[in-house]
Ligand binder design. Structure first.
Ligand code: AP5
Ligand code: MG
Length: 205
C-alpha cells in the first residue's frame, strides 16, 4: 500500500490527484486500473458512471443515453455536478484518478474552482498520446468484445475523435500552462506504458 503519511502535496488534504488525459481509445481506463491497484487511488471515470446510470435507467441515465449512443458530450453543468457529487461521496480516499474529466475548457475552469472549495488540487496530468488510426482500430476491436454502444459504428467513433480534437484538446494546453502536464507515448505494451506512468507518479510521492 502506498504510504502517503508525512508527505506534503500542494493540497491541504495530503492526496495524490491525477488527471488521465487522452483521446477515445488512448488507454485511460486500462492504465487507470493499474494505477489504482498500485497507488490505491479511486478511479473516477465519468464514462463508467454514465454507462452505469444508463444501465440502471436512472434519471441521469435516461438523459445521458442519447449523448452516449451518438458519441456526443453531455452538457458541462451536468458533468461538473456529477463529479462534485462523486468526490463528496468519497471523503476517505488517498486520491483520485480523473478519467474522462475535465473534457472542455469550461469543465477545467469549473473544476479548478471546485477543487479550491474542497481543499484539493491536481498534482499531475498525464496525456496518453496515440495516433488516430490506432485509436479507431482499438475501439472497433473493443466493440466486438465489450459491445459499448459508442464503439459500435465507425462514424460514432469518428465523431468522438472529432469532438476530442475540437473541445478536449485545448484542455491539454490549459494544464500545460499550469506546468502540470506530462506526455507519455500510449503506443506499445500496456505494461511498458504503465512503467512510465508509474515513474511519473512515484516522483510525486
Ligand atoms: P469515456 O468513457 O470517457 O470514453 P472515451 O474518452 O471515449 O475513452 P474510452 O473509454 O473509449 O477509451 P480509454 O482511453 O479509456 O481506452 P481503454 O483503456 O478503454 O466517455 C464516453 C462518453 O461519455 C463520451 O463520449 C460522452 O458522451 C460521455 N462523457 C464522459 N465524460 C464526459 C465529460 N467529461 N463531458 C461530457 N461528456 C462526457 O482502451 C481502449 C481499448 O484499447 C481497449 O480495448 C483496451 O484493451 C485497448 N488498449 C489499451 N491500451 C492498449 C495498448 N497499449 N495497446 C493495445 N491495446 C490497448
Ligand atoms: Mg475509458
Amino acid at each position: 500500500m502506498a504510504e502517503f503519511k508525512n508527505l506534503t502535496y500542494n493540497n491541504s488534504k495530503n492526496m495524490l490527484n491525477l488527471i488521465l488525459f487522452g483521446a477515445p481509445g488512448a488507454g485511460k481506463g486500462t492504465q487507470a486500473k493499474k494505477i489504482s491497484e498500485k497507488f490505491h487511488l479511486l478511479h473516477l471515470s465519468t464514462g463508467d458512471i454514465l454507462r452505469k446510470a444508463v444501465a440502471n435507467k436512472t434519471e441521469l441515465g435516461i438523459i445521458a443515453k442519447e449523448y452516449l449512443d451518438r458519441g456526443n458530450l453531455l452538457p458541462d453543468d451536468i458533468m461538473i455536478k456529477m463529479v462534485e457529487n462523486t468526490i463528496k461521496k468519497n471523503t476517505d480516499v488517498q486520491g483520485f484518478i480523473f478519467d474522462g474529466f475535465p473534457r472542455t475548457i469550461a469543465q477545467a475552469e469549473a473544476f479548478d474552482k471546485m477543487l479550491v472549495t474542497l481543499n484539493m488540487a491536481i498534482n499531475c496530468v498525464i496525456h496518453l498520446r496515440v495516433e488516430k488510426d490506432i485509436l479507431v482500430d482499438r475501439l472497433l476491436k473493443r466493440a466486438e468484445i465489450e459491445g459499448r454502444s459508442d464503439d459500435a459504428d465507425k462514424s460514432i467513433i469518428e465523431n468522438r475523435i472529432t469532438l476530442y480534437k475540437q473541445k478536449t484538446k485545448p484542455v491539454k494546453e490549459y494544464y500545460s500552462k499550469l506546468e502540470k502536464l506530462t506526455v507519455i507515448d500510449g503506443l506499445g505494451e500496456i505494461d511498458d506504458i504503465f512503467e512510465q506512468v508509474d515513474a511519473v507518479l512515484s516522483e510525486k510521492l
